[in-house]
Design a binder for this molecule. Structure first.
Ligand SMILES: NC(=O)c1ccc[n+]([C@@H]2O[C@H](COP(=O)([O-])OP(=O)(O)OC[C@H]3O[C@@H](n4cnc5c(N)ncnc54)[C@H](O)[C@@H]3O)[C@@H](O)[C@H]2O)c1
Length: 353
């Protein structure tokens, strides 16, 4: 059993639930600066070891890995601290929100021989897992194009102080999900272009950066993808649309994974149409009130990471793949600023991925 410490107990709540439910991890300590929140989480899970100081977990020789769930702009610092202390890392999305620390993170991970795994939860949800399996089985033939969207009315998120800072960007905080999904199928994104705006609702809520964005991406083999994200407008009813969706169009079929809706549809190469829901997994994914926090996909990825550590193989998305995704988002950010297509590779100058 590997031993885990969790930093940040907002979304870290899901990881707590996941770590306590699996027999592959022992949850050793949780940490948040907010003591009331530590006490609340301890009470909820009948757990008894919390600290207000990250350093306490770093100094604990019994802890093998740190799960990082602090605000986006703190991830780079917190990952570096964990690596320097000789810990493996699970870091939630977005791995980092610029490329300034990317080379140092790679160097530290290699020097310390410790793994960084990106907790890219969307890959580990049932419909997306199923979509991947059927894609790999050749059910849609050769992949032609990918469309990935994440549209959510996240005005409630503006209640978190850090979301109103200049550093907070939905481009990283939100679009990291669909960008990762696109790169899962088209790893070699070469060029991107797009437009974005700060919506009236976002502006009224005090948001500083774009919350409404549409992008086109081109892979080095010429295949294309589209990505959209809106975060301050109401959404369609769930029966009509999904907050997060990934459509794969192939030469012989087409499939669609709908994230939280636990819904998957395919027209396969035999011409059969299939629409699946995964109702028997509802309790695994949604353990708390409503669908606010969900923990099943966190448990899926924690177990996958533990298996990979045990076997000595890489868990994906790893640090290199994660940095590649951040580089695509950086190019998207440049495109928003310039109104021009932007190439990804030059941004990775001196970053060995
Ligand atoms: N599906 C997903 O994978 C998913 C979903 C939601 C959020 N997230 C990510 O999780 C991260 C946290 O988001 P959130 O919604 O939980 O935010 P949050 O503000 O609710 O929680 C962050 C917590 O980190 C704590 N914290 C900050 N700095 C700290 C420090 N130095 N030491 C100890 N504690 C510290 C804060 O006190 C706070 O409780 C973000 O990066 C977000 O993008 C991922």
């Amino acid at each position: 059993m590997l031993r885990l410490g969790i930093l940040g107990l907002g979304e870290g709540r899901s990881t707590m639930s996941a770590a306590l439910a699996t027999d592959k991890w022992e949850l050793r300590t949780i940490c948040d600066r907010n003591e009331a929140l530590c006490k609340q989480r301890c009470k909820e899970f009948d757990f008894h070891h919390y600290t207000l100081e990250y350093q306490d977990m770093l100094d604990d020789l019994e802890i093998d890995a740190i799960g990082i769930y602090t605000p986006d702009h703190l991830h780079a610092t917190h990952i570096k601290m964990a690596l320097k202390a000789g810990k493996h890392v699970v870091c939630t999305k977005p791995l980092i929100d610029n490329l300034n620390d990317a080379a140092e993170l790679l160097q530290l991970s290699a020097e310390m021989g410790k793994k960084v795994f990106v907790g890219q939860s969307s890959r580990f949800f049932e419909p997306m897992k199923y979509q991947r399996k059927e894609y790999e089985a050749g059910e849609i033939g050769e992949l032609v194009t990918v469309e990935a969207n994440y549209n959510a009315d996240h005005r409630w998120f503006l209640g978190k102080g850090w979301s109103l800072q200049d550093s907070f960007k939905w481009l990283y905080g939100g679009l990291s999900h669909p960008v990762d999904l696109v790169r899962w199928y088209l790893p070699n994104i070469e060029e991107v272009m797009g437009y974005g705006m700060l919506s009236p609702n976002g502006k009224a809520g005090g948001l500083k950066n774009e919350d409404t964005m549409h992008f086109i991406l081109k892979a080095s083999d010429g295949r294309i993808a589209s990505i959209s994200g809106t975060y301050a407008c109401p959404t369609q009813p769930q029966q009509r649309d999904s907050e997060m969706t990934c459509i794969l169009r192939g030469t012989e079929g087409c499939s669609q994974g709908d994230y939280m809706d636990l819904r998957y549809a395919i027209t396969n190469k035999a011409g059969e149409e299939k629409l699946m829901t995964f109702d028997h997994k509802l309790k695994h994914y949604f353990r708390f009130e409503g669908k606010s926090h969900h923990a099943g996909e966190y448990q899926n990825y924690l177990e996958y990471f533990a298996d990979c550590l045990e076997k000595g193989v890489t868990a994906y998305p790893d640090l290199k793949e994660g940095i590649g995704t951040v580089a695509v988002m950086k190019a998207m950010e440049e495109s928003l600023k310039t109104g021009m297509p932007v190439k990804v590779k030059p941004l990775l100058n001196n970053i060995p991925i």
